[in-house]
Ligand binder design. Structure first.
Ligand code: NIG
Ligand code: FE
Length: 448
């Protein structure tokens, strides 16, 4: 039966057309309905409306209005229950009781599968060491790889599932998860199989990314091209043969993979039909943006270093229908490592679209809540609350090329959303930092 959600004082992120994402000044706009309803059929939005109007078939809007009127005829405080017999019901009514409702968040960049926290490095950095020096001394990602190689698949799955539950409880209903803490054929495949198990175990959309080129293993330190050969000639074909990845990613930066090595990997991926995303310009103006755009990557993530040259290249990539390398800022990383924030304000002012993600991982961003990322984007990057909301919903969906499915409340899109008791939610969620504003989370119209 169709579900009809009512008792919604405000429904944010509504749209008349699926598939939208926002650039430049348009990023400020967040459409909403007051005293709204949302109709869901088989997990998908069949219509939605409120005082301002409706989106969907006119016949449905009429049916909903008539049904609501008949349902509440004669209703008083003394007789609060609807008078309909069960068999008369055209809809299964879900009365949310006056909440505000938002589209579920889309986290387009995470490293959710990992074996252990890296709190020792956290303490070392407080003492003055940098992320780069720790990594160069064999710590950092290589630490995570040692721990992951030693842990079995079931244990990794159990830990990851617990973290994913928490993410969902904080409003995230679409998530991308990368490999990259394996760094051997066996351990990379193990990570990707854990992600595949998560896909089967959870109702949310989970996308997987092969990040074999995340760091150069110690034994390849002086001959990193040989590790690139291993990624291209051995790991990639196996990953593709087993259908384990939706995208490929490379950490293109100083001390990690060069633009030339990144280019080789992205071209090899393209040849086997795997779209790419990259880690770019976290540690300097290191050429990552250029190589991403030249290869038609779906997104370039980090961009803590991003000047007007890089912004021009990114903006020009949005020339053609369906194209464009989405800039993705990761303010959790800037906060946790004490490095600059991506110049998100300047990017939007230059007419660019912008997405935001958690980068959730044990080394540089142990933050899984996109509510926290939303707050950091507002206070530290000077994004307006509505701009940042678009950056963690529709624009993040675009960074995964899922904008037709998730990231907004529109006809035909998935009924993934959450409710909150926080009034004027799009301003108060990023304002009250540090606790969970989600009341209930729904995936495909089902309460989680
Ligand atoms: O996106 N920068 C590279 N990769 C991750 C960090 C991974 C780690 O330190 O474990 C990131 O920040
Ligand atoms: Fe990352």
């Amino acid at each position: 039966m169709r579900k009809l959600f009512v008792g919604i004082s405000k429904m944010w992120g509504v749209s008349g057309v699926p598939g939208e994402f926002k650039m430049g000044a348009a990023m400020q706009s967040v459409n909403s309905f007051s005293n709204a309803w949302l109709c869901v059929e088989e997990g998908v939005i069949a219509g939605l409306g409120g005082e301002e109007g409706f989106f969907g078939p006119e016949s449905l809007a009429l049916e909903v209005n008539q049904f609501m009127e008949s349902l509440y005829v004669g209703r008083t405080i003394e007789t609060p229950n609807p008078i309909h017999a069960e068999s008369d019901m055209q809809f299964e009514i879900v009365d949310l009781g006056g909440v505000e409702l938002l589209p579920g968040f889309v986290d387009s960049h995470t490293h959710l599968v990992f074996a252990a926290p890296r709190w020792k490095e956290f303490v070392m950095r407080i003492g003055g060491e940098s992320y780069e020096t720790i990594a160069a001394a064999g710590g950092g990602i290589l630490n995570s790889a040692n721990a992951l190689q030693a842990m079995d698949e079931d244990a990794l799955f159990g830990q990851a599932a617990t973290r994913l539950q928490l993410m969902i409880a904080h409003g995230t209903t679409t998530v991308e998860i990368k490999s990259g803490y394996g760094l051997t054929m066996e351990a990379e495949l193990k990570m990707l199989r854990v992600i595949r198990r998560l896909k089967l175990a959870f109702p949310i959309i989970i996308q997987s990314t092969f990040l074999g080129a995340h760091a150069i293993p110690l034994e390849y330190k002086e001959q990193s091209d040989l590790y690139v050969d291993l990624v291209i000639n051995e790991m990639l074909p196996q990953v593709v043969a087993e259908g384990l990845a939706d995208y490929i990613d490379v950490f293109c930066d100083r001390g990690f993979f060069s633009p030339a090595q990144t280019d080789r990997i992205l071209k090899a991926a393209k040849a086997v039909g795997l779209p790419s995303k990259i880690h770019a310009n976290e540690l300097g103006l290191t050429g990552g943006v250029e190589v991403a755009v030249a290869n038609g990557s779906l997104s370039a993530d980090h961009l803590e270093y991003c000047g007007s040259h890089e912004m021009d290249i990114l903006r020009n990539s949005f020339g053609s229908e369906g194209g464009g390398t989405m800039p993705v800022a990761l303010p959790g990383t800037s906060y946790f490592l004490g490095i600059p924030y991506a110049p998100g304000r300047a990017m939007i002012d230059a007419g660019l679209p912008l997405a935001l993600a958690s980068d959730f991982n044990p080394g540089s961003s142990p933050i899984l809540s996109l509510q926290t990322i939303w707050a950091l984007a507002c206070t530290q990057m000077k994004l307006l609350p509505g701009e940042a909301l678009n950056a963690i919903t529709c624009n993040a969906a675009r960074a995964l090329r899922l904008e037709n499915n998730v990231g907004m409340l529109a006809l035909g899109m998935r009924a993934d959303f959450f409710t909150t008791d926080s009034p004027n939610a799009i301003n108060t969620i990023p304002y009250f930092l540090g606790y969970n504003h989600c009341k209930q989370v729904f995936v495909l119209g089902n309460l989680q």
